[in-house]
Design a protein around this ligand. Structure first.
Ligand code: XMP
Length: 507
């Protein structure tokens, strides 16, 4: 399945829902020419929503050949209007924007709406509506505001005015599944194993007999990425663990143990902490930290690559949320929030070609693939860790002393969360070293020490998050251990902000 992306904030959710239904799916730019789409041989196309009006200046349109190619098409919201507009129907401004919950009455309980009730609660978000369906189309459902809430023709082309991908459309999953299984004839058999097979084939094709370098960070993404490349082109991969001095306690040893000893991957560990800490000296601004870390990382890489001879490719475990939030060419209308290290941090003159097999996956999908690849549980379920490491968890200047303090606190947070059996229920749990000093008392002495913040969040994919309601006794243990075991800390606070409006990391 290909989702043609017209800039909806939900485009990636569509892809995710399709994959949850066991159908492999990728996103491509909405205006991609049919010749390119045809080469990918999709069973059907989904046209995403988008912020534009089909009459707006520069409104993105689909290649008409793609719409008339004889493969099933499902247009969602803007995708439906575009289908109507490009096939000769009439789209008009609705006068009143239809936004939020609505109800649609199904008139033809077949195909898309098979086995569903006649009245469906749905989620709408559109300003235009379809006044006249194109020739050959008929109405399938209507709502109070959209006379045509769903339409189809005999060629298997569908339009729906609402969003089946969001949870506010409770039967959305069934509607998408009906399209995938009944209309497009997909089997729903896509599983991690199928992805592994497909990804290894694609890596083999891309890499040929070239040599690949992969940076291991200790996280599940880079581990899965390296394992995939190792499986695809054994003997052509060298992994590099850049110890940037910003890793968590014990991180490096664990990576070496699993990847080199357990999987037999050619792994070199380089201690570049002096270089990174030198580059970070005096830097306070979070984006500047990211930029310098990214630049140093590539410099170290290039030196190592040169010493390895003939490295052509750089394999990276970039995930879909990194791609979306960093505003890449993949998305039409995403807003830049933070420059994520493995996307925005790369300089333009990078001389490696990139291999990014996980680029369209969400974290939970990567974990499923890691498990299917046989990676150990502690790697597969390791919580995400940002590329710039502890540097974005030290507010203010990064120094060796402050890193030691944070490492000590971080270790205790994770240790207690694991002991309470909560580690896998949380997206992330970690400590932040604030730039604050506060007064305390220890024994009979006054102290003036660091304030450590604890952050624990629940999230599906890192794009939104809620602070975790950790049991008080777990928080109490963390607090007491941190102030007792980590020199220089005399106060612990708990962060109770959700994302949005906050972000998960403090920087
Ligand atoms: P935020 O702080 O943006 O974090 O809510 C969302 C997720 O992304 C991780 N994160 C990063 N990952 N490079 C990365 O590779 C970065 O610069 C970066 N900043 C945040 C963060 O840990 C969370 O899981």
């Amino acid at each position: 399945m290909l989702v043609l992306d017209f800039g909806s904030q939900y485009s990636q959710l569509i892809a995710r829902r399709v994959r949850e239904a066991g159908v492999y799916c990728e996103l491509i730019a909405g205006a991609t020419p049919w010749s390119v789409i045809r080469d990918r041989a999709p069973k059907a196309l989904i046209l995403s929503g988008g912020p534009a009006s089909v009459y707006g200046e520069g409104a993105p349109l689909a290649d008409p050949d793609a719409l008339n190619a004889g493969i099933p098409v499902l247009g969602i919201c803007y995708g439906m209007q575009l289908l109507a507009h490009q096939l000769g129907g009439r789209v008009v401004s609705a006068g009143k924007r239809e936004y939020g919950p609505a109800s649609v009455r199904v008139e033809e309980p077949a195909s898309l709406f098979k086995n569903l009730p006649a009245e469906l609660p749905v989620w709408m978000s559109h300003g235009d509506t379809i006044l006249e369906a194109p020739a050959g189309f008929r109405r399938l459902a209507q709502s109070d505001n959209s006379t045509i809430a769903a339409m189809t023709d005999d060629a298997g082309r569908f339009g729906i005015a609402f969003h089946p991908e969001v949870i506010h459309t409770p039967q959305g999953r069934e509607i998408l599944q009906n399209f995938l299984y009944l209309v497009a004839g997909c089997a729903g058999s896509w599983k991690p194993e199928a992805f592994i097979e497909q990804a290894t084939r694609a890596i083999r094709e891309q890499v040929g007999d070239g040599r690949v370098l992969c940076a291991l960070s200790g996280g599940v993404d880079s581990a899965v990425c390296a394992t995939l490349v190792h499986r695809a082109v054994p003997g052509q991969l060298t992994c590099l663990l850049v110890d940037n001095g910003l890793l968590r306690r014990d991180e490096r040893r664990r990576v070496e143990e699993v990847m080199a000893r357990h999987l037999g991957i050619d792994l070199r560990a380089v201690d570049a902490s002096d270089q990174f800490l030198g580059a970070l000296q005096g830097v306070i601004d979070p984006e500047e930290k990211r930029r310098r870390i990214g630049a140093t990382f590539i410099k170290v890489f290039e030196v190592e690559a040169a010493s390895l001879h003939n490295i052509d490719f750089l394999a990276q475990g970039t995930l879909y949320p990194d791609v979306i939030e960093s505003t890449s060419h993949d998305t039409v209308n995403a807003h830049r929030i933070k420059t994520h290290h493995n996307v925005g941090g790369l300089p333009a003159d990078l001389r490696f070609k990139l291999v990014e097999p996980l680029r369209y996956l969400f974290k939970d999908e990567v974990r499923a693939i890691g498990a299917a690849l046989g990676l150990p549980d502690d790697i597969v379920h390791r919580q995400p860790f940002p590329g710039p490491g502890l540097a974005v968890r030290i507010i203010g200047e990064v120094t060796r002393d402050r890193l030691d303090t944070l490492r000590g606190a971080d270790w205790i947070v994770v240790d207690e969360i694991k002991a309470a059996g909560l580690y896998r229920t949380l997206w992330q749990a970690f400590a932040i070293l604030t730039p604050l000093q506060s007064v305390g008392v220890m024994g009979d002495y006054r102290t003036y020490g660091n304030v450590v913040a604890v952050r624990a969040v629940q999230s599906e994919d890192g794009m939104t998050a809620d602070w975790a309601r950790l049991p008080y006794d777990v928080l109490a243990k963390i607090s007491s251990r941190v102030v007792n075991e980590v020199p220089g800390v005399n106060r612990v606070v708990y962060d109770i902000s959700s994302k949005p409006p906050s972000t998960i990391e403090w920087e």
